[in-house]
Design a protein around this ligand. Structure first.
Ligand code: ZN
Length: 259
């Protein structure tokens, strides 16, 4: 039985390895685009469904996330929401969001969490009723965002907020990086049976040109090395030098940058 008022989520590829996401509330007919990687593709997907764009929810200022803002705003007169911390770097931003802010799409709540690390102003959007997270470039399946503007401590703290969500949370990440991330993870987390199983699944999906996303928090807690720096197999690979969780996390990030 499907609820005709349930939120509809449409995910589609954009640019080389981004995903676009549209969230539509049938009751109010409001529609949000999570980030704007490609205005033309997003417009086409909206038109194909006869959806009117009312909200843009930006996670961070990078061009492959906010580059389509102005074109879409001009066409749809939608409102642009984004991190208060990055208001100057996000084109056309109307509403400044901070940790704990709640916005609504029709009757559905969307909570804002600040997750600095990839950029200093990065935020993610959590829908508590649906247990859905739009993670931007903070968390990827089996990976996390590169630290362009933040410290390992900031990113570890940001990931901690995500780890505190219910385990059955569905996570939409902004890039299809899963296979490469798994290949790295296998190099430091040997004999992880869940990771091996996921590797087979992900290879199959990608060979059919299908997305590996969304993922779930429960899967990530078992296979994502950035969420489990204290796992014995990982600690063993990293050696005795880094005995603290944060130092291990930072070392995993360093190794991934060079992978
Ligand atoms: Zn980014």
């Amino acid at each position: 039985m499907t609820d005709k008022n349930a939120l509809q989520i449409h995910m589609f590829p954009c640019l080389s390895d981004n995903y676009g996401f549209l969230v539509h509330d049938p009751a109010s007919r409001q529609t949000a685009s999570i980030d704007t990687p490609d205005a033309d593709v997003i417009s086409r997907e909206l038109e194909a469904r006869n959806w009117q764009l009312t909200h843009i929810l930006n996670t961070h200022h990078h061009f492959d996330h906010a580059g389509g803002n102005l074109q879409l705003k001009e066409h749809y007169a939608c409102r642009i929401y984004g991190p208060a911390h990055d208001a100057e770097r996000i084109p056309g931003m109307d509403i400044r969001l901070k940790e704990g802010d709640i916005l609504t799409l029709g009757a559905h709540e969307i909570r804002v969490m600040e997750t600095p690390g990839h950029t200093s102003g990065h935020i993610v959007y959590y829908l508590p009723q649906q247990r859905i997270l739009f993670a931007g470039d903070t968390l990827f399946s089996v990976g996390c965002g590169r630290l362009f503007e933040g410290t390992p401590a900031q990113m570890w703290d940001s990931l901690g907020k995500i780890m505190a969500l219910p385990e059955d949370t569905t996570i939409y990440c902004a890039h299809e990086y899963t296979l490469n991330n798994i290949e790295f993870a296998r190099s430091i987390d040997r004999n992880n049976k869940d990771l091996e199983r996921y590797y087979q699944e992900a290879r199959q999906l990608r060979s059919e040109n299908r997305p590996t996303l969304p993922t779930t928090l429960s899967l990530e807690l078992r296979v994502n090395p950035f969420l489990r720096p204290d796992a014995p197999a990982i600690a063993e690979t990293l050696g005795a030098g880094d005995s603290e969780t944060l130092a291990r996390f930072a070392e995993i990030r360093r190794r991934k940058d060079r992978f």
